[in-house]
Design a protein around this ligand. Structure first.
Ligand code: N01
Length: 565
C-alpha cells in the first residue's frame, strides 16, 4: 500500500457555524428549519442513515403512532399541513418516514443535514464561547450554539441476562431495527418485553411465525388503538379547520384534540359508567386518558373500576383463562405506567402457536446459543426480539461526550439526576440547548418539543439583537425549576417503577425525568423569562458587538457551584 502523505491525513478545518443541531428527529428538523429561516448558519448531524429520529430507528413490524397523525406532525406551515394527506388516523412507521423525507425536501433542508455522523465529543471552549463537536465520521464543527435534539427514547436498553451475546440466531432490539426486512416466516420467535413496542410487534408477526413465545415481566393495561383510514371528507375537514386545530394543539395541556369530559366517575350510575367505559374502549388512542372521567387517574376507586372494566375485556377476549389472568396487570392502575394502545394484541394469544411466559413466575436464567432458558427449561429460537425499552430521558445526552466549562462532564453534573432550566438548558454548559430532553413535559411530544424549539429561537434572536455571544442559565433559576420537577413528581400518575424514573436502568438515579407540572406551566415559565427580560440568564457580549448588557448591568458571572438546592 502506498504511504499516505502527511498532509492528507491532517484533520480538515472544522466547519464554523452559528448553530449545530444534533438529531434528525421531529424536534431537530424543526430546529434546523427555524434557525435557517431566521438567518443563522446551521447544520444538522444525525447518527442514523436517514431522517426521523425515533421514527427512523424503530422500524419494527407495526411500529406506528398512537397520537393522531395530524396532531403529531408539523403545524408551522399550513401549506405542508394541507398537501400531506395522512392515510390513517395513526400512521405506520413507513408513512412517517416518507413524511419526514417530504418535509426535508420540501423545505430544502437536506443540504444542511449530514447522516451517519454520531457525535463522539462536544467540548465548550470558554475563550471563544463556542462548542467544538467531533463525530464518528471524522467531521468536526465549531459552533456558537449546540442544540442536542437527541430524543428521550434513543438509547436501547438491553437486559443484563447472562449469555445474551452468545445467541447464534438473529436478535434485534425494537429501537435499533435493521433497514432491511426481517424474515419471520416459519421461524421460532421470542419477544421479550410487553411495553408499547412489544405489544405492537406481537400481533404483527403472530400469524406469520412458526411459534411465538412472549416473555412478559409486567402486564400492561392495553386498550384498543382503534386505527382507521382517514376518509376524503375528513381530509377536507382537517384542511378547512387548520387554524382551529393548530390553536388547540398549540395551547392545550396534552397537545391532543380529545375533548375533556365534564363528569367524575361516581356522578354517573353504574349503567351509565358501563356505557361510558364501552365508549372509551371504542375511542381512539389517548382519548382513554384525555376524555375519560375527570377523576379516573387521581381517584383510586375510579381508577380501579376502569381497570376492572379492562380486565373483563381481557378475560372475554383471551380464551385461555390462565393466559388472560397473566395478561391482567396486578401491580399498577391505569396510567401508573405509560399505557400502550393496541391492535389485536390480546387476540394474538388465541393463536395456537403463541404462548406467554410470565417472568415473575418463571424467571429467565440465561440466554444460550440456541434459545432462552428459564427455571422451567430451555426453549429454542431462530429469532429473539428484545422489546426491552430505553435509557429514557438522559441516555443519549449522557453519551455524547459533552464537556462544559472547566471540562465538566454533563453525565457527571447529572450524576444524581438531571438538573435543568425549563428542560432546555443547564448551568455550566453555556450555549447548549436540549429541546425534547428531560423535564420537558408529559404530553404529545412534538407539541411541547416544538414549544421549546420556538423558545430557543426567540432566545437566539434576543441575543443577536443585543449583541450577546454567550448565554448561561443562572444556577438559582435552574435550582428553582429542578426543585419544582422533583418536588412535584408525586403529582405525576406514573409510579417509580415506570421507566420515566429511570428505574429500568441499573444504577440510574430514581428521578422523574418528565415535567410533572405539565406543558401549561412550561408555557407560563417560558413567557416569564421573556417578560422578565431574560434575567434568568447571564450573557456575555460578542466581541466588538454593540448590544446592551442585560438590565443595563455588566453581564453577571455565574457561580460554577451549580446546584439543585
Ligand atoms: O419500552 P418499555 P417500549 N427482562 O420500557 C420489559 C414509546 N413507544 O419500547 O415493565 C424481561 O415501555 C419491561 O418490563 P417491566 C412509548 O412512549 C410508543 O415498549 O420493566 N423484560 C417492559 O415490558 C413507550 O412507553 C409507541 O417489568 C424486561 C418492556 O421490556 C416507549 O416508547 C410504540 C427486561 C419495555 O417496555 C417505550 O416503549 C412503541 C428484562 N430484563 C414505543 N427489561 C407508539 O405507539 C425490560 N423488560 C407511539
Amino acid at each position: 500500500m502506498e504511504p499516505i502523505e502527511p498532509a492528507l491525513v491532517e484533520r480538515a478545518q472544522p466547519v464554523s457555524i452559528d448553530v449545530l443541531v444534533v438529531g434528525a428527529g421531529i424536534t431537530g428538523v424543526y430546529q434546523l428549519y427555524r434557525a435557517r429561516e431566521e438567518g443563522f448558519s446551521v447544520k444538522l448531524i444525525e447518527a442514523g442513515g436517514g431522517v426521523g429520529g425515533t421514527w427512523y430507528w424503530n422500524r419494527y413490524p407495526e411500529a406506528r403512532f398512537d397520537s393522531e397523525s395530524y396532531t403529531y406532525a408539523y403545524l408551522f406551515s399550513e401549506e405542508l399541513f394541507n398537501e400531506w394527506e395522512w392515510t390513517e388516523e395513526f400512521a405506520g412507521q413507513p408513512e412517517i418516514e416518507r413524511y419526514m423525507n417530504h418535509v426535508i425536501d420540501r423545505f430544502d433542508l437536506r443540504r444542511d443535514m449530514q447522516f451517519g455522523s454520531r457525535v463522539t465529543s462536544a467540548v465548550y471552549d470558554e475563550s471563544s464561547g463556542t462548542w467544538t463537536v467531533r463525530a464518528s465520521d471524522g467531521s468536526e464543527f465549531r459552533a456558537r450554539f449546540l442544540v442536542a435534539a437527541v430524543g428521550v427514547l434513543s438509547i436501547p436498553q438491553l437486559p443484563d441476562v447472562p449469555g445474551r451475546e452468545d445467541f447464534r440466531g438473529e436478535s434485534f432490539h425494537t429501537g435499533n431495527w435493521p433497514t432491511t426486512p426481517v424474515d419471520f416466516a416459519g421461524k421460532r420467535v421470542a419477544v421479550v418485553g410487553t411495553g408499547s413496542s412489544g405489544v405492537q410487534v406481537i400481533p404483527a408477526i403472530a400469524s406469520e411465525v412458526a411459534s411465538l413465545t412472549v416473555y412478559q415481566r409486567t402486564a400492561n393495561w392495553c386498550t384498543p388503538l382503534n386505527n382507521r383510514p382517514i376518509t376524503p371528507e375528513e381530509q377536507a375537514d382537517l384542511r378547512a379547520n387548520f387554524e382551529a386545530i393548530r390553536e388547540v394543539l398549540n395551547t392545550s395541556a396534552g397537545g391532543f384534540l380529545h375533548s375533556p369530559h365534564d363528569r367524575a366517575t361516581f356522578d354517573d350510575s353504574k349503567e351509565e359508567r358501563r356505557a361510558f367505559y364501552e365508549k372509551m374502549w371504542k375511542s381512539p388512542g389517548f382519548a382513554k386518558l384525555g376524555s375519560n372521567y375527570t377523576d379516573m387517574i387521581p381517584n383510586k376507586a375510579a381508577n380501579a373500576e376502569f381497570c376492572e372494566f379492562i380486565a373483563e375485556k381481557i378475560r372475554r377476549i383471551v380464551k385461555d383463562p390462565e393466559t388472560a389472568e397473566k395478561l391482567t396487570p396486578k401491580d399498577h392502575g391505569y396510567a401508573g405506567k405509560r399505557p400502550p394502545f393496541v391492535t389485536d394484541y390480546f387476540e394474538a394469544y388465541n393463536n395456537a402457536n403463541v404462548s406467554l411466559i410470565d417472568l415473575k413466575e418463571t424467571p429467565m436464567v440465561r440466554v444460550t446459543e440456541t434459545g432462552i432458558e428459564t427455571n422451567e427449561g430451555l426453549r429454542e429460537f431462530d429469532i429473539i426480539v428484545w422489546a426491552t425499552g430505553f435509557d429514557f430521558g438522559t441516555g443519549a445526552l449522557a453519551r455524547m461526550g459533552i464537556r462544559g466549562r472547566h471540562g465538566l462532564a454533563l453525565e457527571e453534573y447529572w450524576a444524581d439526576g438531571p438538573s435543568t432550566f425549563l428542560g432546555i438548558q443547564t448551568c455550566g454548559f453555556p450555549n447548549l440547548f436540549f429541546p425534547g430532553g428531560p423535564h420537558g413535559a408529559a404530553a404529545n411530544n412534538p407539541r411541547y418539543n416544538g414549544d421549546q424549539v420556538d423558545f430557543i429561537i426567540d432566545t437566539l434572536l434576543y441575543m443577536r439583537d443585543h449583541g450577546y455571544g454567550t448565554i448561561e442559565v443562572d444556577s438559582a433559576a435552574e435550582g428553582e425549576w429542578t426543585n419544582m420537577m422533583n418536588s412535584n413528581a408525586g403529582n405525576s400518575p406514573f409510579l417509580e417503577s415506570s421507566y420515566f424514573y429511570g428505574s429500568n436502568v441499573p444504577g440510574k438515579p430514581r428521578r422523574l425525568l418528565l415535567n410533572p407540572c405539565g406543558r401549561l406551566v412550561l408555557h407560563e415559565k417560558m413567557a416569564d423569562v421573556v417578560k422578565n427580560d431574560y434575567k434568568a440568564y447571564a450573557f456575555t457580549k460578542e466581541e466588538g458587538a454593540e448590544g446592551r448588557p442585560i438590565r443595563g448591568e455588566e453581564p453577571r458571572r455565574v457561580d460554577r457551584n451549580c446546584s439543585d438546592e
